[in-house]
Design a protein around this ligand. Sequence first.
Ligand SMILES: NC(=O)c1ccc[n+]([C@@H]2O[C@H](COP(=O)([O-])OP(=O)(O)OC[C@H]3O[C@@H](n4cnc5c(N)ncnc54)[C@H](O)[C@@H]3O)[C@@H](O)[C@H]2O)c1
Length: 257
Amino acid sequence: MRLENRIAVVTGGGAGIGRAIARAFALEGAKVVVADIDGGAAAESVSSIHADGGASVPVTTDVANPSSVQSLVAATLQHYGAVHILMNNAAIQVNKRIEDTEVEEWNRQMATNIGGVFLCSKYFLPHLRATRGAIINMSSVNGTFVEPMCAGYCATKAAILGFTKAIAIDHGWEGIRANAICPGYIDAGLAEGYFLSQPDPAAARAQAGRLHALRRIGKPEEVARLAVFLASDEASFMTGAAVAVDGGFSSGLPPGN
Ligand SMILES: NC(=O)c1ccc[n+]([C@@H]2O[C@H](COP(=O)([O-])OP(=O)(O)OC[C@H]3O[C@@H](n4cnc5c(N)ncnc54)[C@H](O)[C@@H]3O)[C@@H](O)[C@H]2O)c1
């Protein structure tokens, strides 16, 4: 088991990619704190981990709220006494043109997607220093390749790439590693929301598959395997990296597009 005796926190662990990562961490032996704004969803993830014989607790958390994140840190230490892996995964996506985006929607997306990565890093860093731990930040192919109708989302995913490098250079000397994951389209909540925002969701889903060299969208478990690798000692000389798991999306447009 590659994460035995490790304590991991997964934000947005109640659904989609975050749930797959929480489950994968637990299957590799980690004790997992599932932090999600949706407490019921977090509890469902924890139940599925328990069903597999793993150790996990749910903590209802809003990553955009400083006191909620401080409570998450306290709950993590209270339950498990330490933290080795911080998986910053929680995000929302506003699928609108810039001029149609409400100021409140913009602010909420910024506060959740990049603000949440800042707050969790800020409050967990003292404890990650103690364990020479690892931070993994969920970016996206949209961190470098922008698509229509999601300007704010793409901006936050680009910001996460810069922030990841900043953690790496500020804290590498303390043994803390920080890396980013850049998935292509994955069959989970945010992609589904994007498809549903299009006039023909089924056509949008099919078209998304064609954008990938492998001619399909990915599965949450395919992202989770990369997260396990980056969290483990197998990635001991990796920091500041942005790693694609995108079926070739970032290589360019395949024939027929
Ligand atoms: N699905 C994709 O195609 C795709 C592609 C690239 C990157 N990503 C990234 O992967 C991550 C997960 O995406 P997903 O599609 O699995 O999303 P999802 O909507 O299925 O799950 C996101 C989870 O985050 C939680 N959440 C939302 N706001 C929160 C907050 N303020 N505090 C705590 N939890 C909060 C939600 O309740 C939900 O359980 C995101 O960072 C997203 O940007 C997704």
